[in-house]
Design a protein around this ligand. Sequence first.
Ligand SMILES: Nc1ncnc2c1ncn2[C@@H]1O[C@H](COP(=O)(O)OP(=O)(O)OP(=O)(O)O)[C@@H](O)[C@H]1O
Length: 633
Amino acid sequence: MPTSAKKGVREKKRYGDVSLCVCVCVCTRLQVDWKFVQRFLSIQKVLFPSWTNQSVVMFGTLLVVTLTEQLIIYQVGVLPSQFYMVLADKDYAAFSNLVILALLLILLNSTLKSLDQYICSQMYVGWRRTLTESLHADYFRGRVYYTLNVLREDIDNPDQRISQDAERLCKQMSSMASRLIVSPFTLSYYTYQCFHSTGWIGPVSIFGYFVVGTISNKMLMGPIVHTLFEQEKLEGDFRFKHMQIRVNAESAAFFRAGKVEHMRTDRRLQALLDTQKLLMNKELWLYIGVNTFDYLGGFLSYIIIAIPIFTGLYDDLTPGELSALISRNAFVCIYLINGFSQLIDLSTTLSDVAGYTHRIGELREVMADILRRQCDYDPASGDDYDFDSDFQVHAGPSDTAFVLDRLSYRSPGSDELLVEELSLKIGQGRHLLVVGNTGTGKTSLLRVLNRLWEADSGFVQMTTCFGPRGILFLPQKPYLTDGTLREQVIYPLKDIYPAAGLVDDERIFQFLELAGVSSLVKRTGGLDKKVDWNWYDVLSPGEMQRLCFARLFYLQPKYAVLDEATSALTEEAEGQLYRLCKQLGMTLISLGHRSSLEKYHDLSLRLCGGGRWELTSLREAGSSSQVIEDTSF
Ligand SMILES: Nc1ncnc2c1ncn2[C@@H]1O[C@H](COP(=O)(O)OP(=O)(O)OP(=O)(O)O)[C@@H](O)[C@H]1O
């Protein structure tokens, strides 16, 4: 971020399944400046990683095509002067040949132009793929997507930056490419031709005209980049509001929230449209500047040509020769001015490119920063953890899952410790229940154990690997991915284990049955039948929790961390599922409020708020529980 940037005030709310980040005010000043150049170049490094890259080959092909196109355009451009000559001489044979030549050149020209457009479109698709894949690579590495969406407050709508802004940047760059690529060649060639016809006065006045045009457009463009940036952010916020309603339609409907949501959504729309209007007002001045320079350009060519004519340079020519010469000179001057005008016209596209470049550049910088910090904090997060390959490797015997030593943690942005100096070893076969009032930091303990949050002080170590052979977490909100029933069950494995086919199918059917959701096979039409519904819309909360247990049975980790995983089920169903987990050899670490959970656990960790905690054995002689002083088991 530029040093002049003032941090926006962000309002963060959690709504159902999605967390909503709204930038109330971002006063960042973004322009076509050095920061833009740096960000633009770093994006170019992604798009053109090596000289043999496909984008470079396409760019080279585009250069050849556009240069050939320019040669043909020059030939077409001087045709009128040749027509003047043959018509003045009444030379019928030459006229016929000229007509045939004109037809051929025009055909060739239009073919090359179409090819030029085709290559630009291909480049756009290629660039979009490369840029989006590179953003995805960072976004999904380690826990960047979590930190970016939940913890970082300095970046709005990362989803929109990846899906929409990257697309628009590539589109605008591809529309600029063919014009920019050929400019140095055409400008040099036509400058030479113009100098040849008019002397120094022609190129100097055209160049001066270009400099004035560039300076005034740069001034008009300044405020546009920032407003475009702001407009894109509001566009993302507006879309997010609709997504929020789509995801939580049922909850909103129970509240009869149509009116209030209508008002709030309209408010987002209003903010977006106001900014769009502001952008258009600012663009109006840029358009006036650009169009004035376009028309002045056409007019300037006649002034330049008039100078050698009025100074008598061409007095010895016949009227036919003079007409041909004026026509040819007019073409050369107009084309040179046109070349410069096109560069000025590009300023409107450049202001868009600058806006998108800043948004994507900022995202890349923040993701790189998150990755750096993440690796400092948790070196393992730098490696691309592969759930699937880990599943194939036996993690080896490990009788402890976590070791905590004088661990203290707090929630982000809070001064108060949730838990202070907690020492605990979570070992195999000793089932732990974590209880405590709302907001005392139960789920936060899992966040710290899973390294989503940094500890305030103390030591925490996960001594068993994460994954099916080690530790698995079932979060409070059941997570269902998009895909088939099989993909839900084997998630987060990408591939079927141990091998595709009947054996695996049998296991899945059996675990669905044990989890009490075998009816889903019929509803979906089979394990591999693609469903066109959103799983969250059609399953009840209890079914979702049961499906997550089927997943747990399938993966059979050594340690299962269950965060209120049975809150939507009856105590009877809860008992069945817990007993099954134990029969399958899992050690349970559960979070919950129900006292009925106690009978499935050996230890109870009570978080009392204000940093205090208490560890109690639930299996001591006699029925009464006993506070434990020694916390290593
Ligand atoms: N991303 C976040 N940023 C800031 N504060 C957070 C964040 N997530 C949770 N908190 C806060 O941290 C505190 C502990 O939250 P936590 O989710 O651990 O509560 P809990 O004990 O699991 O409660 P519950 O029983 O309701 O699940 C709460 O005050 C919560 O508001």
